[in-house]
Design a protein. Structure first.
Length: 286
């Protein structure tokens, strides 16, 4: 029986490939070519486009971890520049260029990329939709013809499915967005210097979150207390468990085969410099 560890392993293997949309130069160039100036306009347009022409309130709710004012700097204005349908086209153009450079142009049309796309696509088709707005929006998109793009789309659906579950695990424990970031830093997954500006929280909001978590007994100075460590572990365990159903649908043998196919792809992305150590995503080593 597929275990929650399988969900975590496949996320760790797949996330650098998905994250080319954030960290590679080609998606940024594709956004700028369509008039989206600055990293964050492209980020919010590309990631929110599956939801349609939405405003900052819905994106703040669905993404969970950004400061509301930070989101409102980009939305809904970006849709006046690039409507969602065009943003979806542009992000695939950017991903295509990034994959051909960072992984290998020959791999793009290989039997391995095709097999990986088929396996990931089967898992993505099995995601449970209730309470999963980002997963549902991505699963509803047409599957690209090219296998390397079909793989990227399927893995994007699966990681958003995981993120939807992670948000539920945080909400259940009344952990706010900024508090989740403070806990991530205390757990050593990234740094305040990187994460705080990347999510739009000011010093006052961050320091207030530190105060609240200290009062709850979850922080001791800048470190997690034993109770805080247990709470972070519980959130991660619930996230893995809630991410499991599509992998159970795929089955152990096919999950192992997908992991085998993704491992060299991940190594290529990391070697190309498109997956920085300590980045705000916080995905572990597989």
């Amino acid at each position: 029986m597929t275990s929650p560890g399988t969900a975590r392993r496949l996320w760790a293997l797949a996330e650098p490939y998905h994250a080319l949309i954030y960290f590679a130069a080609e998606p940024r160039a594709a956004a700028e070519a369509r008039g989206l100036r600055g990293f964050w306009r492209g980020y919010f347009a590309f990631r929110a486009a599956p939801l349609g022409s939405v405003g900052p309130e819905l994106v703040t709710a669905a993404f969970y971890n950004f400061a509301p004012g930070f989101v409102a700097r980009a939305l809904p204005q970006v849709w006046d520049v690039v409507p969602p349908a065009q943003a979806l086209e542009a992000r695939l153009v950017g991903v295509d260029g990034a994959v051909r450079r960072a992984v290998d142009d020959a791999w793009v049309g290989s039997s391995e990329s095709r097999e990986a796309a088929e396996l990931a696509g089967a898992a993505a088709a099995a995601v449970d939709l209730p309470g999963r707005p980002m997963a549902a929006a991505n699963r509803a998109l047409p599957v690209p013809d090219e296998p390397h793009l079909a793989l990227w789309q399927a893995l994007s659906t699966l990681r958003e499915h995981r993120g939807d579950g992670h948000n539920a695990a945080l909400l259940q424990r009344q952990i706010s967005a900024v508090e989740a970031h403070v806990l991530a830093v205390a757990a050593g997954r990234t740094t305040r210097e990187w994460l705080q500006p990347a999510r739009g929280w000011d010093d006052a909001a961050w320091d207030d979150a530190v105060h609240r978590l200290t009062e709850r007994g979850w922080l001791e100075g800048e470190d997690l207390s034993p109770e805080g460590l247990a709470m972070v572990a519980a959130v991660e365990a619930d996230t893995d468990r809630l991410a499991l159903p599509p992998w159970q649908a795929l089955g152990d043998a096919r999950c192992d085969r997908l992991a085998e196919l993704l491992a060299p792809v991940r190594r290529s992305v990391v070697a190309a410099g498109d997956w920085a150590t300590g980045n705000p995503i916080g995905a572990p080593e597989p």
